[in-house]
Design a protein around this ligand. Structure first.
Ligand code: ATP
Length: 135
């Protein structure tokens, strides 16, 4: 089985959608290996979003992500890396299919509710950033 790093971003937490997101994850058959509510600092965000540094949306993304608590979690299960991204929907919530988390609850690309690692390599890298002690 696989593990992936999922973030319920500050907009999701603020809007009371954390329970809904956890329900969708566990109802799918996946399990939580770690879960923590934490306001992310700029150093953590710079590391997590290293590939986006220099892009036009980077500063506003970090600003948004640092503005309130995020629920960081490690989700475990069958094909969870690809599967969680399918559950989340495409980056732009207006384009995301209804039935997905972003498609059902979002309208703004930056405030698209969740993050999920996009490959096994990203998952390993990101899990280490958020849960360095996790076995
Ligand atoms: P994530 O990596 O968070 O799962 P993703 O792979 O769908 O999302 P990326 O292209 O990696 O999207 O962008 C990372 C995050 O940056 C997006 O989830 C979104 O919050 C924000 N973002 C991406 N593109 C834009 C944009 N054009 N304008 C504003 N914010 C953006």
């Amino acid at each position: 089985t696989e593990r992936t790093l999922v973030l319920a971003k500050p907009d999701a937490v603020r809007r009371g959608l954390l329970g809904e997101i956890l329900t969708r994850i566990t109802r799918k058959g996946w399990t939580l290996a770690a879960l923590e509510l934490r306001t992310l600092d700029r150093a953590t965000l710079a590391e997590h979003y290293a590939e986006h540094q220099g892009k036009p949306f980077y500063e506003s993304l970090v600003e948004f992500m640092a503005a309130g608590p995020t629920a960081a979690m490690v989700v475990e299960g069958e094909r969870v890396i690809e599967g969680f991204r399918a559950l989340a929907g495409t980056t732009d919530p207006i384009a995301a299919a209804p039935g997905t988390i972003r498609g059902d609850f979002g309208t703004v690309t930056r405030e698209n509710l969740v993050h999920g690692s996009d490959s096994p390599e990203s998952a390993a890298r990101e899990i280490k950033i958020f849960f360095p002690g996790l076995i």
